[in-house]
Design a protein around this ligand. Structure first.
Ligand code: 13P
Length: 251
């Protein structure tokens, strides 16, 4: 059985003080035991959140460099993330792909580096609205998945989390229908089975992301292929994020 993973991607939000307050509140509000909860604060707040030592909240970075160390002004390396207590790192978010021109090759390089140092990548894939309208969703997503796993062994592959985030659903209030998201995620799982085998495909967790909130999480999580969520805006508020995480707790 795959343990669901719900992660809050804070993007470029929250000072250290705000991050601490949100995490302290969130830790108190989490009731669900069967969901892995992760927060992805900006780099500047990672250390402070880690120092809180909250047992029910895991830590992720939002990006990392594609080199271990060196003359790369402004970059943050995998060794620094490991040092600061990160268990996960988001890689290839559509904002990084679109605004910072990250390529499939770079994302793959980062994923291999993260796995080498036992940090689990959360690799984002997803189509634009134009690609969806042109019926290219599956082609685009399959190609991103194949590129992301290039050169990764089966032993490492099971530690990768994939986030299917249709770009048109990010920050727009528009969500893919649960059935549509489930179908694309099923295709992603089939692709992993083709690259490796069914056992690896069954182990890899695949999240949905794009305007997830407490009012739609239950419906999304009811789908058999959806193993969690990567939440943006709705994860900034501890109460709302806790309500998402606690989607299955009886009221
Ligand atoms: P929203 O939940 O704000 O749509 O953002 C999704 C996202 O990009 C998470 O990585």
């Amino acid at each position: 059985m795959r343990k669901p993973i719900i992660a809050g991607n804070w993007k470029m939000h929250k000072t250290i003080g705000e991050a601490i307050e949100t995490c302290r509140n969130l830790a108190e509000l989490i009731e669900e035991q069967n969901v892995e909860v992760v927060v992805c604060p900006p780099f500047t707040a990672l250390s402070a959140v880690n120092a809180l030592g909250l047992a029910n909240i895991g830590l992720a970075a939002q990006n990392m460099a594609d080199a271990e160390s060196g003359a790369y002004t402004g970059e943050v390396s995998v060794l620094m993330l490991r040092d600061i207590g990160c268990k996960y790192v988001i890689l290839g978010h559509s904002e990084r792909r679109e605004l910072f021109n990250e390529t499939d090759e770079q994302i793959n390089k980062k994923a291999r580096l993260a796995l080498k140092y036992r940090i689990n990548p959360i690799i984002c894939v997803g189509e634009t609205l134009a690609q969806r309208k042109a019926n290219e969703t599956e082609t685009v997503v399959v190609s991103q998945v194949k590129a992301a796993f290039d050169g990764i062994t089966a032993t490492d592959a099971v530690n990768v989390v994939i986030a299917y985030e249709p770009i048109w659903a990010i920050g727009t209030g528009e969500t893919a229908s649960a059935a549509d998201a489930n179908q694309v995620i099923a295709t992603i799982r089939k692709t992993i089975a083709e690259i490796y085998d069914q056992e690896v495909a069954n182990a890899v967790r695949i999240q949905y992301g794009g305007s997830v909130k407490s009012s739609n999480i239950k419906e999304l999580m009811a789908e058999p292929e959806i193993d969690g969520a990567l939440v943006g805006g709705a994860s900034l508020d501890a109460n709302e994020f806790a309500a998402i995480v606690n989607y299955n707790v009886a009221k």
